[in-house]
Design a protein around this ligand. Sequence first.
Ligand SMILES: [Mn+2]
Length: 399
Amino acid sequence: MLSTKEVKEIREALQSFKSPLFIYDDDPDGLCSFLLLYDYVKEGRGVILKTSSSVDANFIKLIHLYQFDSVFILDTPIVEQDFIDQIKVPVYWVDHHEVLKRNNVKYYNPRKNDPEAYIPTTRMAYQVNPNPDKLWLAMLGCLSDYMIPDFKNEFLKRYPDLMDKKSEIGDALFKDQIGELERVFRFLLKGKSSEVRKCINILTRIKTPYEILNQETSKGKYLWKRFQKIDVEYQKMYQFAQSKKTRSKLLLYEYNDNKWSFTAYLSNELSTKNPKKVVIIARKSNGSMKVSLRAKFNIRDALKRTLEKVEGKGGGHPNACGAVIEEHDWEHFLNYFKQEIDKDYPCKKKVVKKKVVKVKKDHTKQSKPKSVGKSVKNKTNPEKSSKHSKKKVKKEVKK
Ligand SMILES: [Mn+2]
């Protein structure tokens, strides 16, 4: 969190400049940070930092058309010294990624004092502008960065319908209404930049979450409509990925098209809804496979052992890893990785017994049903038979 002194400093800065330029990261944490600070001053303009995730000297060319007397950089991991040296106006940088050493910039990062701190930028922006009418924005931005904030109870009191009080982060994002709204924000940032800009412009004038969720105003309707258009594309990917589900512990989805870049979100949703699976999303690119792996259990150790056997590299967090594998070794990688996962999480035999109970009639004549034989042989899956998985997929599709 920001100290009282830091909050005061940022507020004073925001009040003292007439035309601040806000540069923010291309995700809901960045967007909500901007919306909160913009709400505080109602002046200046915002620029999204697309993909590259670095504010450097080249970036100055992009913003030279705007008039600004100060720059506020929000939720952006890398700001180059070049940029700070050449911009010629005061620079304020509020972030929560790894701490960098820079000169001539007001740098606010909770990890300066505590390297382990995890405070989404939105949480700090809400310190600067604790407007209770923007509590929903503050919640949305924090959830989006996988954090349930300290003001959860306050939020539940005001918006009991938007979030279940028992929700963990996965449920909040993928079951609750506030999660639906997070998806709206996330998807509105995708696509043509002129359309994105228009939507963000509208977002600065949205007053309640219900304007969007219930399409209560024309502004809300407009945003909802654009969201739906993008969501259709996402649902196609999601359902296709779900249909790839087999009895294997791995849920593998390979794709080529990267137009909408849904992968991070897709792997999170798949992993939340299939907590027993390792979700692997892979994209072919220049002779190698770019892979993102998610699970609700430790997969990093298995990945590490697998990478000793194939050509590739990777790593990450216990539950979320990335890897790049040479294409010719891709099948090997999958086989080895599956073996390593099975070593760490051997199949439980309980499930097999349940199956046998189900076949009641005539069990004197019948030998074991086929599916039982299979699941014993495969030894992999604590989940149900493939028939069950298919049923599950259908349910998901209906949703
Ligand atoms: Mn962030």
